[in-house]
Design a protein. Structure first.
Length: 150
């Protein structure tokens, strides 16, 4: 992570996201960052392509973005926020736990999911975030996620 990213104007696109996260296609689940308080909170978005290959099997007659992908998108968004804390730059966050996950609304092809995360605990070893995914203001999923830093 370079100092240039901290100066980059919002929204941050794929180039900035990939300078922070180790993920690459086909497993980057954040399209853009629209607001961030480094080490504290984030609002990001995921554009869900209608032609996403995963919809061929989940489910052919009723395509729905899998809940595990929503959880991964939330983890990636929260990781961007935590990895922008000056003392955590250059680390990698590994998802270590998901507590109290609730799925309230399905996500369909073509929708844009708003991903929010608030870091509630942070140390050099463990980070805990409260996360929420929504579409057009309607909550899709919530959880408390834990990440181990390496």
């Amino acid at each position: 992570m370079t100092d240039e990213t901290t100066l980059a104007p919002l929204p941050w696109g794929r180039d900035v996201i990939e300078s922070i996260l180790p993920h690459r296609d086909p497993f980057v689940w954040v399209s853009r960052v629209v607001a961030i308080e480094p080490g504290q909170s984030i609002t990001a978005e995921l554009d869900v392509p209608a032609d996403l290959d995963i919809f061929r099997g989940h489910f052919p007659d009723h395509p729905v973005l899998p809940g595990v992908i929503i959880m991964e998108a939330l983890a990636q968004a929260a990781s961007i926020a935590m990895l922008q804390a000056p003392d955590l730059r250059g680390h990698i966050g590994f998802l270590a736990g998901i507590d109290g996950a609730k799925f309230r609304r399905q996500v369909a092809p073509g929708e844009t999911v708003t991903l929010t995360g608030r870091i509630v605990k942070s140390s050099r070893r463990l980070v805990v975030a409260e996360v929420e995914a929504s579409v057009a203001g309607e909550v899709c999923a919530t959880a408390t996620q834990k990440y181990v830093l390496a």
